[in-house]
Design a binder for this molecule. Structure first.
Ligand code: ADP
Ligand code: MG
Length: 475
């Protein structure tokens, strides 16, 4: 049995890159090889929809992947086994686990090469091609910095030299620096463009000093057309390093080579910095990046969605723009989590879900646009009203039917499930549940809850419904 499962996992690993992620998750979830001999194979699927997709649409791909792994299989049969969806049934493959495992593997496989050697003795960090001047969203908070960068990219070593960009964490400094680098290289790929975080630069200088080749060091750097040092604040209090940097700076400057520096604060506030350097930094152009206003934040979110080719509801984007206010990095992080939810779980993230993500990151943050009572730190549903809505939409019923008094089986069962979930997951008293359901007596609610608990023990369909509902509730 285990062998069949392992084999199926191998087949799925081959299929996965060929199939849209959401489809892969939806249709291959809890599938299994039930039987296999030399020439035929029996695949079990949990429902008729999966049957349709696998047996009809993916038939060819599946057969191909199977025959790549095992000779002789001529026929694949499909069969619906609804028990495969059951948690206790261990035959089915956990596709999400498979995906996660695949994901970590491919990350590890990525070459570690994050630096390039440009000429003898000069290395740069690789520029990230995703940082460009055109995908940097402009607003009042960063317009000047962006304009200065654009100008420098067109005429390096010109008017704005050195260019000093400063601002808080996650506001786009690295993006801008690398974008300039990318642009300069796009215009002339022969140019020597060095992007280096200041810690790395400090190490290089220290090494040069230690090995007594500071003269060569300066000479080498003279070849550089554009030197970008990111997060210069780390140069503070390193006197020998600053001294050496001062000379390198002058060599480049005198040769009209472009220098771009970023920092978390303006030159005047850099602690432990040699005054000579401080005044050099101010000789060209100083521009800051501030936290952008609401409209720009929203525009950034739209731009990132376009880049990733996903559609999120406007209200969700507006909610993020309104409530993420520590940095663009945070804004992006929240958006990415929402997108991940969208893709992995195959459902559209809601404002409530996103509120949960933000709350998890910033417990104390007051959120605008949602009633705080509606969210809990894990993004869980926690009001009676939410549960009623979820159950109603799950069973395609109206809310009023669910809380009303119609005694039809199609309504009574969901109604009782709803009471059960509220009791069990929200810990509400029978009385308060009764009140929500049209003033029912607390014993009625109690009987309903007991009944569902009893049926759950033996009815798989109900068990599946309830676990689906719990998932909807974020449990
Ligand atoms: P810093 O270097 O200032 O700490 P980064 O340059 O690393 O910040 O920016 C953090 C993230 O925010 C990056 O992914 C960057 O692409 C994005 N970002 C920042 N500002 C903008 C902007 N105006 N438009 C688009 N993306 C932005
Ligand atoms: Mg940075």
């Amino acid at each position: 049995m285990e062998n069949l499962k392992e084999f199926w996992e191998q087949v799925l690993t081959r299929l996965e890159p060929l199939i849209k992620r959401t489809h892969f998750i939806t249709w291959f979830k809890n599938t299994a090889i039930l039987d296999m001999d030399e020439t035929t194979m029996m695949i079990g699927v949990p429902n008729i929809f999966a049957y349709d997709w696998l047996a009809n649409r993916y038939r060819g791909e599946i057969l191909k992947a199977v025959s790549e792994l095992k000779d002789g299989i001529k026929e694949i049969k499909y069969e619906v086994h609804s028990s495969l969806d059951n948690k206790d049934d261990t035959r089915g493959v956990d596709v999400k686990f498979l995906l996660r495992r695949g994901a970590t593997k491919s990350v590890r496989k990525l070459p570690k090469k994050q630096e390039v050697k440009l000429v003898e003795g000069i290395t740069s960090k690789l520029l990230n091609p995703k940082y460009t001047l055109s995908n940097f969203v402009i607003g009042p908070a960063n317009r000047l910095a962006h304009a200065a960068c654009s100008s420098v990219a067109k005429t390096p070593g010109g008017e704005y030299n050195p260019l000093f960009i400063y601002g808080g964490v996650g506001l786009g400094k690295t993006h801008l620096l690398q974008a300039v680098g990318n642009e300069i290289l796009k215009r002339d790929c022969e140019k020597i463009v060095v992007y280096i975080p200041s810690e790395r630069f400090v190490n290089e200088i220290v090494e040069a000093i230690g090995n007594r080749y500071t003269k060569q060091f300066r000479k080498r750097y003279r070849q550089v057309d554009c030197l970008m040092i990111d997060d210069i604040q780390f140069l503070g209090n390193k006197e020998r390093t600053q001294e050496e940097f001062f000379h390198t700076f002058n060599e480049l400057y005198d040769a009209n080579k472009q220098i771009i520096i970023s920092s978390d604060r303006p030159p005047t506030e850099l602690l432990g910095l040699d005054d000579r350097l401080r005044s050099r930094f101010g000789m060209g152009m100083i521009a800051d990046v501030q936290f952008p206003d609401y409209e720009t934040r929203l525009a950034i979110l739209h731009a990132k969605c376009r880049e990733k080719q996903v559609l999120l509801p406007n209200e969700v984007l507006e909610f993020i723009a309104e409530n993420a206010y520590s940095s663009i990095r945070e804004l992006e992080g929240i958006l990415l989590q929402a997108i991940a939810e969208c893709q992995l779980e195959d459902r559209t993230p809601t404002v409530r879900y996103v509120a949960g993500i933000i709350k998890k990151l910033h417990k104390k943050r007051k959120l605008i646009g949602i009633d705080e009572k509606e969210i809990s730190p894990e993004g869980r549903v926690n009001t009676i009203s939410d549960v009623i809505n979820i159950v109603a939409s799950f069973y395609n019923l109206q809310r009023v039917d669910l809380v009303g008094s119609v005694r039809k089986r199609e309504i009574m069962m969901p109604r009782q499930i709803c009471m059960y979930l509220i009791r069990k997951e929200l810990n509400q008293s029978y009385e308060s549940i009764g009140k929500e359901f049209g003033g029912r007596n607390h014993t009625t609610v109690m009987h309903a809850c007991d009944r569902i608990a009893r049926i759950l023990k033996k009815d798989r369909k109900l068990l599946r419904d309830v676990s689906g509902l719990k998932r909807e509730m974020g449990l």
